[in-house]
Design a protein around this ligand. Sequence first.
Ligand code: PEP
Ligand code: MG
Length: 942
Amino acid sequence: MKSPKYVYPFKEADGSNKKLFGGKGAGLAEMTRMGLPVPSGFIVTTEACLLYFENKRRLPNGLMEEVQLNLKRVEEKTGKVFGNPQNPLFFSVRSGAAISMPGMMDTILNLGLNEETIEGLIQITSDGRFAYDAYRRFIQLFGKIALSVDEKEFDQILSRMKEKVKAVDDTALDGDTLKDICKQYLRLIKKRTGTPFPEDPMVQLRLAIEAVFKSWMGKRAVDYRKEFNITADMADGTAVNICTMVFGNMGFDSATGVAFTRDPGTGENLFYGEYLVNAQGEDVVAGIRTPKPIQEMKREMPRIYRELERVRKTLEGHFHEVQDFEFTVEKGVLYILQTRNGRMNAQAIVRTSVEMVDEKLINEEKAVQRLNPRDLEQLLHRRIDPNFKGKPICAALPASPGAASGKATFDADEAERLGKLGHKVILVREETKPEDIHGFFAAQGILTSRGGKTSHAAVVARGMGKPCVSGCEELHIDPKGREAAFKNIHIKEGDFITIDGSRGEVYMGEVPTVDAEISNDLLTLLSWADKIRTMGVRANVDTPEDAIRARKLGAEGIGLCRTERMFNAVDRLPIVREMILAGSKEKRAEAIAKLLPLQKDDFKKIFKEMEGLPVTIRLLDPPLHEFLPSAEELSSELLTLKEAESALSSIEHMNKALKYVEPDFRESLRPLEHMVSDIIEIKKNKLDKKLIRKQEDILRKVKEMMEVNPMLGHRGVRLGITYPEIYRMQIQAILEAAAESTKEGLDIQAEIMVPQVCTAQELKWVYQLVKKIQKEVENQYGVGIPFKFGTMIEVVRACMRAGRLAEVADFFSFGTNDLTQATFSFSREDAENKFLPLYNERKILQDNPFEVLDVKGVGRLMMITIEWGRRTKPDLKIGICGEHGGHPESVEFCHIIGLSYVSCSVPRLPIARLAAAHAKLKEKEKKVPEKYDPDYPFSVLF
Ligand code: PEP
Ligand code: MG
């Protein structure tokens, strides 16, 4: 049997196989083939990493022999020799999984340095300072990563030495001091590990490979994969990239930098990046020194800049995607060390998608695919209210757009603690590191005093869509004292601050913010999504104003108009109460007669706005007591009224008492006497004596209507059948509005929907009422009124009787808010307030089923309903109008099970449109089966 191959030179690895070579390895391989200047190197595969864990953390047999072989080839190619003091070869050893996990795994640079090779490096470069700087970085990184020595101990030594020689930053340390630091580091390692630092470069290489493998299962990486749902299917194990070291800190003709082929913050097609002269890569990424914008390189290193511009074009032309690449210039020679797809916020993805289609780099489908519906949420983020006149306290780099307010918090643990308690926090740090990741998750936004737009803080915040302001150098942060200061403004831990990551500004206090606007580019992208998707998208709308907004955002109709919201309007509520409290049929009829024209007017306005599109109007759903004040409110009002009455009675007595006052003194009391008489007059003639009785009546009625469990009580169609006048009025209002609008020449597509149905008999009862009223209205107006009649499916029994319901209904609409309550027997409010968070934390339930459709339970019921409903009526239109209709994965499920449309709240329309297109594209890519399969989607989704 041929023994497996674990190691591939860059030029032999398959650049399209990210699973085997990781994203970084694949990129290096691809760039090598494209002829870009990549230093020589080789890749240890992810398969080797998996075997390492399978073998109880032992490297697979033969792996180091393969490494040796490839090392020889690199030696031949470079003319340098690993471990040779005269002509030493050094390596960077970097992690890299199939999915990019920035900063989550380990990397070691300058590998191969030891007491002998350092001499070689000094001779070659004639620069002792440079060599010892490289050596100290290597010992520190290797010590921390491969030998598990606490990083803080290295930092302490470095800080002590900086203080001793009065150096402000690392660049001010001279060669002798750095040499001294190296010695101290080596002593520290021996003390902590019990053995000397490994001098043999091959031992260093083996330990480094193992350390990178181990970091795949490190806490940071595991947490990151969990947070971003990175499954083994997407990325399994890390590769190790072993690449010849090139040095950006070999003097002023050397540099290092990070660049994006387009601006990752805005998506604008301009070369974007940062670099530092005479520095190593980690200085840029860690934000230790604030780098210069790449444009400055035009002046400082014009030839290199031109070369970089060429690389930029070549990369985009090849990958058809925005690239984020790292480069180093070693003594005037450019090297590209890494490329990967640029992580961008949603705004930048939208802009680049549209522009890259214009430039014919990608097609419309690819453009739509690039934007994840979840990320689209970022665009629905808030920004600072333009009317806000306050001034920022300081300005820095706009590192990740959006505005956020929260309590200033100076470390990630505290941010996490406060976040868990439900506080909004802004993580304020000098610079962030990968171990701060839990603080990012908890924070609303990030503010750092150091680092550029490619610093760790900026990259991670952008990836998460959280606002970030970085490089705020004038902000002096004292993490120990838990405060920060800008000039004479002090920010203490817990003080509210607001950051604007789009402008790079910081404000004291909680600044008002407004919703984001939808850009033309986004509208273009969504129009492409509409061409792709096959499932309809409607909106849940209750007012004409919302109907206008919904149309603008591409709604293809109204999937749910909740009429009770109209009942609650200020001018309606008193009439609705009159209707509920009416003591007789006649009185109720009077109130209803007043409501009819108002409702008709509402419907006409909505029909007008939605002309030519279906409008589903749901008959009244909530229990009637929801329109009345609560018993507590009424009791307390009654008490006040009664107290007022008794106070007035006391004043009446006072008038009698005044009669007994001495006549001389009485004269001076005349004004009081008049006042008291006036009050008595008020009490007798003006005080609404009926008020107390009326309130008592209402209270009695409210008590009569009280239900133990109103959500399972007298509501929906049950209410419609017991108080037929209400449904009659609503049906008449809908049909008259439709008739009048039709006569005005509008194309009306009314759909009447009945809530809470559990038996076909209920539905038939309402249907007959509708037919009767239809005849009356048609006769009255002399026009035919086409309409559809349907039912909500929000009761488990309705699912079980779908076949029968479909005999009466033209359409079904899943009310998954109620259906979820009914399926779980959870009352939403009680569940969310009392036990769901704990259920989620303990993984008893993965998600909140009121946000993410529970496909295994509720979804299964939906599938049965669809199957049985369409068995009766094959063309039965079926939609969803519960909140899940705007949740990306739930929308995908709705597409898979064959829903005709999803209906969601207006702001979520773009998400639903995009998610429906993504579902269709996945289907096209055969990620979902074409035909309905009873075991599907469980087999694919889980
Ligand atoms: C539902 O139950 O999903 C629904 C849309 O109705 P409501 O939220 O009004 O109860
Ligand atoms: Mg409902």
